[in-house]
Design a protein around this ligand. Structure first.
Ligand code: SF4
Length: 136
């Protein structure tokens, strides 16, 4: 089932594959409570992870981090009005500290799936995974 136009549609099989690959590689992401206590489950954020991976060509973690803060954290109940998140500071969020690894997995899933929207922006396989020492 498609959920949008040609460039943003996310097929159910693709979503399931990305979720499965993330669960196998980063089990803490799907442990209870998922992603963060009182926050969002991985199933709620996976579409945004796919959209970010499709459009981002940088190998720098910052390029992904700013988009997660904008597209995921802004919708998460743990974000306060100021933009501060106590789960992020305390390390209780499983998504934020794993952003480099998350996109290494999502990129590989989209590449292996032959996802046209991903391949349009990534004609060659990414040479390097996002650099985990590069944080906001
Ligand atoms: S860092 Fe905070 S606001 Fe962002 S997803 Fe994690 S818990 Fe939610």
């Amino acid at each position: 089932m498609n959920t949008g136009d040609k460039n943003t549609a996310i097929d159910t099989n693709l979503r399931d594959r990305v979720l499965r690959d993330l669960a196998v590689t980063i089990p803490d992401l799907v442990a209870e409570p998922a992603v963060s206590p009182d926050g969002m489950a991985l199933e709620q954020v996976v579409d945004e992870l796919i959209r970010v991976a499709r459009r981002t060509v940088s190998t720098r973690t910052n390029a992904y981090t700013v988009q997660i803060i904008d597209g995921v954290c802004s919708l998460c109940p743990n974000t306060m009005f100021s933009g501060h998140c106590r789960m992020r500071k305390s390390g209780q969020c499983q998504l934020y500290p794993n952003i480099a690894k998350v996109f290494e997995v999502v990129n590989q899933s989209l590449l292996a799936s032959g996802d046209a929207a991903f391949l349009a922006n990534h004609p060659r396989p990414p040479q390097d995974p996002p650099k985990s020492e590069d944080t906001v």
